[in-house]
Design a protein around this ligand. Sequence first.
Ligand code: NAD
Ligand code: DAU
Length: 334
Amino acid sequence: MPTILITGGAGFIGANFVRYTAENRPEYTIRVLDALTYAGDRSNLTGVPGRVDLVHGDICDADLVNALVAESDTIVHFAAESHVDNSLDDPEPFLRTNVTGTFRLLEAVRRHDRRLHHISTDEVFGDLPLDSDARFTEQTRYDPSSPYSATKAASDLLVRAWVRSYGVRATLSNCANNYGPYQHVEKFIPRQVTNLLTGERPKLYGEGINVREWTHVDDHNAAVHLILDGGRIGETYLIGSGDERSNRQVLDLVLTLMDRPAGEYDHVGDRPGHDLRYANDSTKLRTELGWRPRYADLADGLAPTIDWYRTNGWWWTGPKEAAEARYRRQLAGR
Ligand code: NAD
Ligand code: DAU
């Protein structure tokens, strides 16, 4: 049975990828490498069918990474520091994990000639104007805005360089904003849903006019498996549902789905350097590999996501207190 090593497999998208793989691709033996930072939790893997081997360790640990890669056939690299607001507050962990960690992994993959898929973000392209139909494509120039996106851009460029210079067998994908179960409560949708569940008012940065393209985590992970199976080595694939909405529209939808009055939220100080709009053109993925989002409409995936947070308070109560304390500290430090 081929062994798949999933870095960051105890975080939001990684844990959903583990679950998706266990349920849909039983031919794989699954191994997870995760440092279990504030964003990763063993309990995210509870109830996954079959056996998942979780190694608690750091992707910057060259010896550990080398040993795990040697025992694997395929590596999917999710591990990262992932939150823009945290990167604005303290960029250093982002440089370490996102850049050095990816470098360590690439060196091990090169040494053992293993298949790698690198997970990245549309934020590497910077942002698009609000009043246009333009979309990012695989050819869009890199122009990251935040420390987070700059380190993800650096990691993508390392992967591309290792493909070209050393013949490493890697593919890349850049996905739009994800949502779904197990997303950390620091992120926009879970933060507002859990604010409403705890009697707090949702917090909208600035006027709420910034636009994001919302893709369900299962659609993201289905795309990753299609790329692993049929993607061309060295190629990049953009992933996005096509459902673009302003943050205000998303919040209005959350309020409607939770039977709350429209406009029940606070405007708070804007994020420094706040990217205006993201939108991916995923034609290549759709035409080459036949990908179609199951949740083409955010409302279809959001309702079950809200239900998940409603019934899993035990999962988010502790992290919520810590995240809100972090937000208060970050605001005071600006
Ligand atoms: P997350 O923050 O929820 O999870 C990250 C995981 O990586 C955690 O389990 C954490 O413990 C682990 N990790 C962090 N540093 C590590 C280290 N040094 N060694 C080993 N493990 C470490 O992130 P996420 O939202 O699940 O994002 C996963 C990946 O997808 C990231 O690469 C991110 O850039 C990318 N991405 C995210 C989105 C999104 O909307 N969330 C969209 C596109 C791409
Ligand atoms: O586009 C892909 C990216 O999407 C990923 O690479 C990142 O890892 C992921 O965190 C996400 O980045 P964003 O910065 O877009 O996501 P976030 O959930 O932090 O914010 C979404 C939008 O909502 C953004 O415009 C900021 C706004 N926002 C966020 C928070 C936390 C608010 O208005 N209020 C909030 O409280």
